[in-house]
Design a protein. Structure first.
Length: 326
């Protein structure tokens, strides 16, 4: 989830304030030399073709890869609940069928789905039933979606059992996106440690929304887990984005998804591919909050090779799922 979720239907919490601050920060970003360079009008702006740093690929003439030939597999999807809980500022895709139809429109063929009902759950019954909704969608759209289980560590016994049931009975391979701030709880609690232990034991992927500090803590605490961190940036976008990418680069058990803030800053996807490598960057959109097509456009236009694009758009996620399936 992206911090923008908080403006979604039936979802409101205190992080709104600090998201506002991030805009204020950005307004003042001129203090940073790097940001100054980024915003300075280029003296050679008349040149249509940029001089590319060694290792960067020139995009195709159209800038767009042919989508019909590409497999596109989204690592980060929040589907609406059957009771029409939907994460959208102004809801336009309120049912699962509308959700799936919008993915079709954007060319997204497959995806990892979790249910908004689980994200908003106040009781174990709610997250258990939300995960069962996901299982029904996976079953109905065979081969298109992979189920992701969302639990609440404040109900740890039910959560541990649910993770096991989702893996063994429902075939889910993914836990998350866990968003501690919607519940809320800190990732430092003992119950979260038990939760991660269960994810590792079940050989599943842990997908966890973090700010930079939480990311540093989780990485040093759980080197044995396979972790996907959504979002290049956090609420301190420019200040933290390079640090977040560098952290993933240094830890081979970690992956980064392209959703939310940061991927749209031209050059950041290229930086991620250069530092993390093309194998651990995943296409994620955070739909139904954000539009998959905007993320796809940046990937398609990026100064990376066609092979790197193919890996990001589907190949890496397929390889990751294969790894936890066996
Ligand atoms: Zn999300």
């Amino acid at each position: 989830m992206n911090f923008l979720h908080e403006h979604g239907q039936r979802c409101s919490h205190p992080r709104r304030e600090f998201f506002k601050k991030s805009f204020a920060f950005f307004g003042a970003a001129g203090a940073s030399a790097r940001a100054r360079a980024a915003h300075k009008p280029a003296e050679d702006h008349k040149l249509a073709i940029p001089v590319l740093e060694k290792g960067l690929e020139r995009p195709r003439e159209s800038g767009l890869a042919a989508p019909e030939r590409l497999r596109i597999f989204d690592a980060h999807l929040h589907c609406p609940s059957e009771s029409a809980d939907v994460w959208q500022w102004y809801p336009v895709t309120k049912t699962f069928e509308e959700f799936a139809a919008y993915l079709d429109r954007c060319g997204v063929q497959r995806g990892i789905i979790n249910n908004v009902r689980c994200q908003l759950a106040k009781t174990p019954k709610d997250f258990i039933e939300g995960n069962r909704e996901v299982a029904r969608h996976v079953e109905k759209h065979k081969g298109r979606f992979i189920g992701a289980c969302v639990v609440n560590p404040l109900f740890i016994d039910e959560s541990l059992r649910e993770i096991e049931d989702c893996r063994k009975q429902l075939g889910f391979l993914w836990v998350g996106e866990l968003c501690n701030y919607t519940v809320p709880y800190p990732y430092t609690i003992r119950e979260f440690e038990s939760l991660v232990g269960q994810v590792v034991k079940m050989n599943m992927v842990l997908d966890v929304h973090t700010d930079l500090e939480e990311m540093e803590y989780i990485i040093q605490k759980y080197p044995q887990a396979t972790i996907v961190f959504p979002h290049f940036g956090d609420s301190h976008e420019y200040e933290h984005i390079f640090k977040r990418i560098d952290l993933v680069a240094r830890n081979s058990n970690c992956y980064l998804d392209t959703s939310g803030s940061g991927h749209d800053r031209v050059g950041m996807l290229e930086y991620a591919v250069k530092t993390v490598g093309a194998d651990r960057v995943l296409f994620g959109s955070d739909f139904s909050i954000n539009c998959p097509a905007t993320v796809l456009a940046r990937i398609n236009h990026a100064f990376i090779s066609e092979e790197q694009k193919r890996k990001i758009l589907a190949g890496n996620l397929e390889a990751l799922l294969k790894k936890v399936r066996t």
